[in-house]
Design a protein around this ligand. Structure first.
Ligand SMILES: *Cc1c(COP(=O)(O)O)cnc(C)c1O
Length: 452
């Protein structure tokens, strides 16, 4: 029999912390594999830290979400939000499933084109679109979602030199009962800006008004807010039809559904409290069906869901670098990943599981990242079994925003792999190298040498 590990006893001050219904302890079982592939073998082959994406989970989550809408409403189209995770292999899983592309910059637009998405199936959102980008999008027949009056005038001016009529929608912001209102994007509904923009678009005669867009927020916990948004957009559609003689083809409700990640300071885990996707689907589809559209004039419902479709499919594997005691006696464990690659740890209490067997003893601890920066905290208080140098952990639900908002600060970005549905592992983004980082730098001649 293998000798059991010795763990030094400690005397601790009682500190109740924030309780939840499960008590303070969170982890009971190690997570030794992902989709049948062992964590240890992944780290041995691809290094630590390592992002792992489960193709099976992406497809299942997508199919479940689409089903929730399509069984309630006849015309539904999803468009993958590139900024949520624009690694091409990830985008292509969504495109294979039938998703269009939703982009918020020229760079993302070109990524979608590069992936082979037909121009007609790219939704171009965002406050910044250059003349060049707009001309490309217009010539490709893409859906251009206008964000502000200056962009509207920019397009009207561009139209004079183009033969194609752009297909446009406006982004509308509104009071849906969730505060603060996201009113920095698009035209406001209540103060009349949205209708004002519509009159200008129709009067110009230079564009085809095809729909309305809104994106009322992210990690939304109220399905009612979407029903309010639908009612306000439908009201605009009615006004468009009766006063401007223009029928629109779609309502794009944007993204914003929450994932099962728990927000910092929450009393209960999000998996217990967040509304299910069915609730959002029910609110949205019921509101459209009851808005008074004739059956043969029901608008296409577009959704640009990001976070809720990919978070669960992403895992971050990491290793313990060291343990120490802080001056107040708390245990601190230093990991080889920090806020540089786990940006979402600023607002989530990520679930973290040890990847090997552990003893029954647990302790409240702080998990730090490897950066030389005080705010590099992965979890400020988590009750975990004791982890030793060299042990591995699995961070859950990291698929959304981390692989786009990660920063190359102090450390380089690690490998990203995808496990396919047969259990084969594919490298989908290589770890960065010094050469890769420095290839963009230029050294002025007079600084090229020194003598110390
Ligand atoms: C970011 C974004 C999305 C995706 O949002 P989630 O909250 O991740 O679902 C959709 N549409 C627009 C316009 C966005 O900016």
């Amino acid at each position: 029999m293998q000798k059991l590990k010795y763990e030094r006893p400690v005397i601790q001050k009682m500190n109740a912390g924030l309780m939840n219904k499960f008590g303070t302890r969170t982890e009971y079982e190690p997570v030794k594999q992902i989709d049948g592939v062992s964590v240890k073998s992944l780290i041995e082959k691809y290094g630590s830290p390592l992002f792992v994406l489960s193709e099976r989970t992406i497809r299942r989550t997508y199919q479940d979400t689409v089903r929730a809408f399509k069984t309630r409403y006849p015309k539904v189209q999803f468009a993958w939000s590139y900024k949520t995770n624009y690694i091409n292999a990830v985008c292509n899983v969504f495109h294979q499933e039938g998703s269009w592309a939703e982009v918020v910059s020229g760079f993302e637009y070109n990524k979608a084109i590069g992936n082979g998405v037909p121009g007609k199936k790219i939704i171009f959102n965002g406050p910044e679109k250059t003349n060049e980008e707009l001309i490309t999008a217009i010539n490709n027949d893409s859906l251009i979602h206008i964000d502000h009056f200056d962009e509207l005038y920019q397009i009207i001016e561009l139209c004079d030199s183009l033969t194609k009529k752009p297909r446009v929608a406006i982004r509308v912001n509104m009071d849906t009962g969730v505060y603060p209102i996201w009113d920095r994007f698009g035209f406001n509904y209540e103060n009349g800006s949205a209708y004002n923009a519509l009159t200008k678009i129709v009067a110009s005669g230079k564009m085809i008004l095809v729909g309305f867009h809104c994106h009322i927020g992210t990690y939304m916990l109220s399905s009612d807010a979407y029903a309010i948004a639908v009612r306000k957009l439908s009201d605009l559609a009615w006004k468009c039809k009766s006063e401007l003689n223009t029928t629109i083809q779609y309502l794009d409700l944007g993204g914003g559904f929450p994932s099962a990640n728990t927000l910092k300071g929450s009393y209960l885990p999000a998996s217990d409290t967040n509304p299910h996707i069915d609730e959002f689907a029910e609110s949205i589809t019921q509101a459209i069906l009851q808005a008074g559209f004739k059956t043969d004039e029901l608008p296409l419902l577009i959704l640009e869901t990001g976070r809720a479709l990919i978070d669960d499919a992403g895992f971050l594997l990491g290793s313990v670098l060291a343990n120490k005691r802080l001056s107040d006696g708390r245990r601190a464990t230093i990991m080889d990943f920090g806020v540089n690659i786990l940006f979402t740890s600023f607002w989530y209490e990520h679930k973290i599981s040890p990847a090997q067997d552990f003893t029954h003893h647990t302790e409240d601890m702080v998990l730090y990242g490897p950066l030389c920066m005080n705010i590099d905290v992965v979890r400020d208080s988590v009750n975990l079994p004791l982890l030793n140098r060299g042990d591995h952990v699995v961070v859950h639900r990291v698929g959304a925003y981390n692989m786009t908002q990660w920063m190359q600060f102090i450390q380089m970005r690690p490998n990203v792999v995808m496990i396919d549905e047969k259990g084969n592992t594919h490298l989908i983004r290589e770890a960065e190298s010094l050469k890769y980082i420095e290839q963009l730098e230029k050294m002025p001649e007079h600084l090229s040498s020194f003598n110390i």
